[in-house]
Ligand binder design. Structure first.
Ligand code: HEC
Length: 178
């Protein structure tokens, strides 16, 4: 009892003096910590919702358009089994410094292990609604030069034919159900 009353006394004196007691500070820290946890967890759940299905297909697309001399290019290669197979190997493993699947996903759905760290998200090649409207020449230009300001880097190291093979592979990833 004596202790409690002296505490009250002490704290009212220190409040008068404009000094905060240890108890008051602890309380403040606890409150701040609680508020921070609330705000932080609210912030954490948001991006998960934002990356939900509605954003995947049709996928919003703001990529810069290729200059006309690229945009209008048609794939010079035919979709033979061999060309598609080579494209697939490059997409999954062989393209340097990083294979496409790391971001675009092994099945092309734009959900590779690194995808979450990028906004805009990597293109979802399984979404016909989005990818069908993007001409071959545009895909070629972006794969060669990248999309500045996004996670998509340029693959100058690939030969033109290799890029066209990858495009043949990408084209048959969309199911035409989406
Ligand atoms: C480090 C992550 C990353 C890797 C690796 C990567 N991409 Fe991308 N890619 C992206 C992102 C992010 C976008 C979205 C860019 C945008 O919105 O402009 C993108 C967009 C694209 C597009 C869409 C172009 C358009 O005009 O819509 C194509 C095609 C593409 N990537 C092909 C590839 C290919 C092929 C590879 C492998 C040779 C590859 N990407 C590797 C992150 C990546």
């Amino acid at each position: 009892m004596i202790k409690a009353s002296t505490m009250i006394k002490n704290s009212s004196i220190s409040r008068l003096k404009g000094v905060q007691t240890k108890e008051q500070l602890n309380y403040k820290f606890f409150f701040l910590f609680f508020a921070f946890t609330l705000i932080y967890s609210a912030g954490c759940t948001k991006p998960v919702e934002a990356a939900g299905v509605e954003e995947l297909c049709p996928q919003p697309r703001f990529t810069k358009q290729a200059p006309p001399e690229f945009y209008n290019l048609k794939n010079p290669l035919t979709p033979t089994e061999e060309n598609i197979k080579k494209g697939k190997l490059l997409y999954l493993n062989k393209s340097k410094p990083m294979p496409c699947k790391v971001c675009h996903g092994a099945n092309g759905d734009g959900q590779g292990p690194m995808a979450k760290s990028f906004k805009p998200h990597p293109r979802n090649f399984t979404c016909a609604k989005t990818i069908d409207g993007v001409p071959d020449g545009q895909l070629f230009w972006i794969i060669k030069n990248g999309s500045p300001g996004t996670g998509m880097m340029g693959y100058k190291i690939l030969k033109d034919d290799q890029i066209w093979q990858i495009i043949l592979y990408i084209r048959q990833l969309s199911t035409h159900m989406s």
